[in-house]
Design a protein. Structure first.
Length: 213
């Protein structure tokens, strides 16, 4: 799995602070890690709350997309939105031993776990859980969220733009483009799209959310 060190190294290379064949020095890694933590805290303050609690360079970098709301249950969209606003990362969950013990209709709104051990504990409509998937309680049942490594490049590009300024460098246009595109995708993921349902046969537009652990 990608670590914070990997994200930092990629960002430093894209900013031409280190060469493609180089490893980041201790000082560069320290400064870039501080910038990465600051970036994620600021994104949380702006509404992209990834339940980030501060990383070391060896911290694993995991991302998730929470579940879709149930098209057949018109109340599930609001339940999921409330759960995501109240999300509170609780740590890891063993889906074989069901440790800590989880059950539907029993939990606190917004409780969030990451699967550490795959298993077949039945929760909600799910009976199969893989390592690094997530689950969140929407007030009624536990819902599965998927890891989404595709956002790693976006965070790396945003960090590269940020640290370029710290080194007195002008960020490359392509990196700025990738950072802006990444921020739009992450911002859209955290912003539910207003939607209307006129017929169950019609596709209903919806928002998605993202989480970094």
């Amino acid at each position: 799995m990608t670590t914070a060190r990997d994200i930092i190294t990629r960002a430093l290379k894209r900013a031409s602070i280190i060469e493609a064949s180089e490893s980041a020095s201790g000082a560069d890694s320290k400064d870039a890690l501080e910038a990465l933590n600051d970036l994620l805290y600021e994104m949380a303050a702006d509404g992209c709350d990834m339940a980030h609690g501060g990383w070391t360079t060896n911290s694993k970098f995991a991302l998730w997309i929470p579940p879709e709301w149930d098209y057949e249950d018109l109340t599930s969209e609001n339940r999921l939105a409330r759960a995501l606003r109240a999300q509170s990362y609780q740590g890891t969950w063993d889906a074989t031993a069901n440790t800590p013990t989880l059950s539907d209709e029993s939990g606190t709104l917004g409780q969030l776990y990451k699967v550490a051990t795959a298993g077949t504990t039945a929760l909600g409509n799910e009976t199969s859980w893989a390592v690094d998937e997530f689950l969140i309680f929407d007030g009624l049942r536990w819902l599965k969220g998927q890891p989404a490594a595709r956002f790693e490049g976006a965070i790396s590009a945003m960090l590269s733009v940020r640290i370029s300024g710290d080194y007195g460098r002008e960020p490359k246009a392509v990196v700025v483009r990738d950072a802006e595109d990444g921020m739009r995708r992450i911002g859209a993921a955290f912003s539910p799209v207003p939607s209307s349902q006129f017929d169950k046969a019609l596709v209903r537009t919806q928002g998605r959310f993202t989480y970094f652990s």
